[in-house]
Design a protein around this ligand. Structure first.
Ligand code: NAG
Ligand code: NAG
Ligand code: NAG
Length: 449
C-alpha cells in the first residue's frame, strides 16, 4: 500500500556557475589537480591527506542534519528464530578486525540476504516486520537493501525528487520517514543493514538521473568526474547518512550498486578507466568517513579483477569496454573497510560451467581478502535453475576458502496482500533453499567458522 504524504523540503541543492569548487566539493588532497578555492560561504578544509573539502564556513568542521531517534514499530514484531546461537546484540557498531567483522569484541558472522524492495514498495510496518522476520528465521544477521530512489515525478515511495537540475530530498512519510520504519523493523528482528546509496543501473533512478539533470548529458561516466554531480551525490549522502549516524542497526554504507564505466553496449567515451573509479571510490568513501565515523563503508561493485594477461572477461580489464573496476586496487583504498563481490546466473559469458566459475570466483576473491587483510563478502549471488546444488557448492567454497561472509540474492515473503517481488531468484520461506541457507548460516556462526 502506498502512503501518500506531504513532501518535506529538507534540502535543496543549489548549483553554482562559479569556477571555484562547489559546496561539499573536493578542493585539495594528494593527486588533486582541480580548483583549490571554494564557492562563497564555504572554506577549504583538510579532511585527510588525500581529501580536502569545501565545507560551510559557518559550521566547520561539518554540520550534519539532526539525527532522528527512530521510533519503534507500532505493530508487534515477530521474534527471531530459535537457533542454538543467540542473535548478535542490537547495541554497538559492527567493526572490522583483520578479515573478520566484529561486534562488541566478538566475531560477527556476516550472513544473510538481499531484500532491495523493503523500503521501495510502500509496505506497511507489519509487512516490513514480516519480511525481516522471515529472513531472521534462517539465522541471518544481515540484510542488504537500497537507500535511494531518484524520481523526476513524485510517485509512491521516493527519496529524492529531481526537477530542472535541482534535487530535493523527501524527508516525509513517503521518503526518509518510510526508511526510518525499515530500520526500526530490521532492528526489531535482530538484523543489521547494508545500505546502498545509488545505482549504476537506471532502476530507481541512480547515476544517470544525476548526470542527466545536472549536465544534460547522457554520458554515464560523468557521474564519477563532474564536480557538480559529485557535489550533488555528496549532498544526498549528507542527508541520508547524516540521519542515521548513531544507529547501530546500520552495519555499512555502500557507494553504489555495481558501479562501472559505461557498460558493454554503446560507445565508450574512452576516458573512464579503473583509475577513474578508484579515485571516485577514494573521494566518496572519504566523504562518508568525514561525516560518519561509526559505520563501515564498502563499494557494492561486482569484484572484477584487472589482470591484463587473463583470457577471461571477468578477470581482465577489457580496454575497449572500459568496465573500470580493479578489485584489488579498490580494496586497498584506506577508507574502504571491506570488499564486495557479485556472481549472477550466466554472468559475463560464464555459461559452460556456472557452478565451477562461481567457486573459482569465490576462491580468487578469498585470496585477495587474505592479501589485503580485509573482509570480503559475496554480497549478491543467484541462479534460476539448479539452485540447491549450485548454492550448496558455493556455500561450501565460502566455508573452505574462509571468505568472510555472504548475502544471497534474494529474500522473499508471502504477504497476505501478495508476494514480494520475484525476479526468478526470490527464496520464500517454503522454498527448499531456505533450509539450505539456515544450515550454512549455522556453519558460519560456529566458533571455528
Ligand atoms: C522547470 O522549468 C520549467 C521551464 O522553465 C518551468 O516551467 C517549471 O516551472 C520549472 N519547474 C520547477 C519545479 O522549477
Ligand atoms: C551501468 O550503467 C550504464 C548506463 O546506464 C549501462 O550502459 C551499463 O550497462 C550499466 N551496467 C553495467 C553493469 O555496467
Ligand atoms: C595493494 O596494496 C599492496 C600493499 O601495499 C600492494 O602490494 C599491491 O600492489 C596493491 N595492489 C593494487 C592492485 O594496487
Amino acid at each position: 500500500m502506498l502512503k501518500i504524504g506531504l513532501l518535506a523540503i529538507a534540502l535543496a541543492l543549489t548549483l553554482s556557475a562559479n569556477a571555484a569548487s562547489p559546496k561539499w566539493g573536493q578542493c585539495g588532497g594528494i593527486g588533486w589537480t582541480g580548483d583549490t578555492t571554494c564557492v562563497a560561504g564555504t572554506a577549504c578544509t583538510v579532511q585527510n591527506a588525500r581529501y580536502s573539502q569545501c565545507l560551510p564556513s559557518s559550521s566547520v568542521p561539518i554540520t550534519t542534519p539532526p539525527t532522528t531517534v527512530v521510533p519503534p514499530p507500532t505493530s508487534a514484531p515477530s521474534g527471531p528464530a530459535t537457533t542454538s546461537v543467540p542473535p548478535p546484540s542490537s547495541t554497538g557498531f559492527v567493526k572490522v578486525s583483520g578479515q573478520k567483522f566484529v561486534l562488541n569484541g566478538q566475531m560477527y558472522p556476516l550472513v544473510g540476504a538481499n531484500a532491495y524492495w523493503v523500503g521501495l514498495m510502500g509496505y506497511t510496518i507489519a509487512e516490513m516486520n514480516q519480511a525481516f522476520s522471515d529472513i531472521a528465521k534462517t539465522g541471518a544477521t544481515t540484510v542488504r537493501t537500497l537507500g535511494f530512489n531518484d524520481v523526476t515525478t513524485p510517485n509512491g515511495i521516493y527519496y529524492q525528487l529531481w526537477q530542472n537540475g535541482t534535487a530535493t530530498v523527501n524527508a516525509g512519510p513517503t521518503g526518509l520517514q518510510n526508511f526510518d520504519d525499515v530500520v526500526a523493523a530490521a532492528k526489531a528482528n535482530g538484523l543489521r543493514l547494508i545500505i546502498t546509496l545509488t545505482n549504476n543501473w537506471s532502476d530507481y533512478g541512480g547515476m544517470d538521473v544525476y548526470v542527466q539533470q545536472i549536465t544534460g548529458s547522457a554520458d554515464h561516466d560523468l557521474f564519477y568526474t563532474d564536480a557538480n554531480v559529485i557535489a550533488a551525490f555528496k549532498s544526498y549522502i549528507n542527508a541520508f547518512v547524516g540521519r542515521y549516524l548513531n544507529e547501530p542497526t546500520i552495519l555499512a554504507w555502500e557507494l553504489a550498486n555495481e558501479p562501472r564505466c559505461r557498460g558493454s553496449t554503446g560507445t565508450s567515451t574512452g576516458t573512464c578507466t579503473t583509475q577513474t573509479i578508484t579515485n571516485w571510490v577514494g573521494e566518496i568513501s572519504a566523504y562518508i568517513k568525514s561525516i560518519d565515523q561509526n559505520h563501515l563503508v564498502g563499494i557494492g561493485d561486482e569484484g572484477f579483477f584487472n589482470e591484463p594477461g587473463s583470457p577471461d572477461y571477468p578477470y581482465q580489464y577489457v580496454q575497449h569496454e572500459h568496465i573500470g573496476i580493479d578489485f584489488d586496487a579498490n580494496l586497498n583504498v584506506t577508507t574502504i573497510d571491506f570488499g564486495t563481490v557479485h556472481v549472477i546466473q550466466g554472468s559475463w559469458g560464464q555459461t559452460a560451467d556456472p557452478t565451477g566459475f562461481g567457486s573459482r570466483w569465490i576462491t580468487d576473491h578469498a585470496t585477495s581478502q587474505k592479501a589485503a587483510n580485509k573482509p570480503v563478502i559475496l554480497e549478491e549471488f543467484g541462479v534460476t535453475s539448479d539452485q540447491a546444488s549450485t548454492y550448496s557448492a558455493w556455500y561450501d567454497t565460502i566455508v573452505s576458502t574462509g571468505l568472510t561472509g555472504d548475502l544471497i540474492w534474494q529474500a522473499g515473503s508471502h504477504f497476505s496482500t501478495g508476494d514480494t517481488p520475484n525476479d526468478g531468484y526470490a527464496i520464500y520461506p517454503d522454498d527448499p533453499v531456505y533450509a539450505i541457507e539456515a544450515q550454512h548460516f549455522a556453519v558460519m556462526k560456529a566458533p571455528s567458522g
